[in-house]
Design a binder for this molecule. Structure first.
Ligand code: CAA
Length: 301
């Protein structure tokens, strides 16, 4: 299938990644249907997309007319079957839960046109496993965007065992149309991004747990010493500690090596509901509207 045929894109899931993915497709001329079971999530996503487009207008990256055109190409809905009925490409960005994703892919496979490509934004679940529940495994692929989607240039494009060259080529071209840099990766646990990122984050948590240094100190070493835009503990809070834990478990189980075992401190924090920015506290305290980095009292020195 040629990219010229990808016009209508459906995005499943209106959370942080889903709204970012819908934003960039609408911005770059695709017609987008954003689908979520929760009407409230859709309202919130539209507000976030509007706000992020405003940021781009304020920075003169796009014009007010570009913003309005993008919003006019974007519609929302709560019914998956109706939402994918005209799709050329569906990008699933639901919660990172294997059973849920398999169910959604079965529904997408039933309802989307035969020619449609079914992509997943999963950060670690096997593309081959997801493809196996559909009748079109050669048209299933990973399209792993990074947060914040409108800013980050990378799309990790993951080929499952059966993904065809035509599917890869169409998704590679669509990613380029979004101004992104697609990178081809094979389907092994954590792909490339998280196979390398998560052990670094885990090691930062182990260093904290063992008292090598404090939260701010670890992050400052990595920010100023390695020119990372965020330290690993701040980044873990940004990604979500539950997401980090679930990806580490996929690496640990899938690769069978103890070096991927999640730090017990991370497990405890997730159990205690300290999930990072989304819950208001992780390694830092997060106050809506504030960019101040305040170390959580549990880690005060
Ligand atoms: N939408 C649109 N624009 C946005 C935005 C959004 N959601 N968020 C930030 N921006 C823009 C800002 O307007 C600003 O634009 P200019 O460069 O034109 O000024 C620029 O991005 C930088 O933003 P800020 O000035 O607000 O803040 P910052 O300089 O601290 O940058 C950041 C914020 C881009 C998030 C930066 O801290 C960063 O790159 N952090 C690391 C992000 C990262 O590693 N992401 C990957 C996470 S892993 C993942 O997503 C995958 C997984 O599977 C776990």
């Amino acid at each position: 299938m040629e990219n010229a045929n990808i016009r209508n894109v459906s995005v499943i899931g209106a959370g942080t990644m889903g709204n970012g993915i819908a934003h960039v497709f609408a911005q770059f001329g695709f017609t987008v249907q954003l689908i979520d079971v929760a009407e409230k999530a859709l309202e919130k996503a539209l507000a976030t997309i509007g706000k992020n487009l405003d940021r781009q207008v304020a920075k003169e990256k796009i014009t007010q007319a570009d913003k309005e055109a993008a919003l006019s190409r974007l519609s929302t809905g709560t019914d998956l079957a109706t939402g994918v009925a005209n799709a050329d490409l569906v990008v699933e960005a639901a919660t990172e839960n294997t059973a849920l994703k398999l169910k959604i892919f079965q529904q997408m496979d039933e309802a989307a046109p035969d020619k449609a490509i079914l992509a997943t934004n999963t950060s670690s679940i096997s593309i081959t496993q997801i493809a196996a529940v559909t009748k079109r495994p050669e048209q299933v692929i990973g399209m792993h965007f990074m947060n914040p989607v409108p800013v980050m240039k990378l799309v990790e494009v993951i080929r499952g065992y059966s993904t065809s060259d035509a599917t890869y080529a169409a998704v590679e071209q669509a990613s380029k149309t979004l101004g992104k840099v697609p990178v081809e990766v094979n389907d092994y646990p954590g792909f490339v991004a998280n196979r390398i990122l998560m052990p670094m984050i885990n090691e930062a948590i182990i260093s904290l747990h063992e008292g090598v240094a404090g939260v701010a100190e670890i992050d400052t070493v990595m920010k100023l010493g390695m020119a990372h835009p965020m330290g690993p503990l701040q980044l873990a809070d940004f990604i979500g500690l539950d997401v980090c834990l679930s990806i580490l478990r996929v690496l640990h189980e899938g690769l069978g090596l103890d070096k991927y075992a999640p730090c017990p401190l991370l497990v405890n924090m997730v159990t205690a509901g300290k999930l990072g920015a989304k819950s208001g506290e992780g390694f830092y305290v997060h106050t809506r509207g504030s960019k101040d980095l305040v170390v959580a009292s549990a880690f005060a020195r």
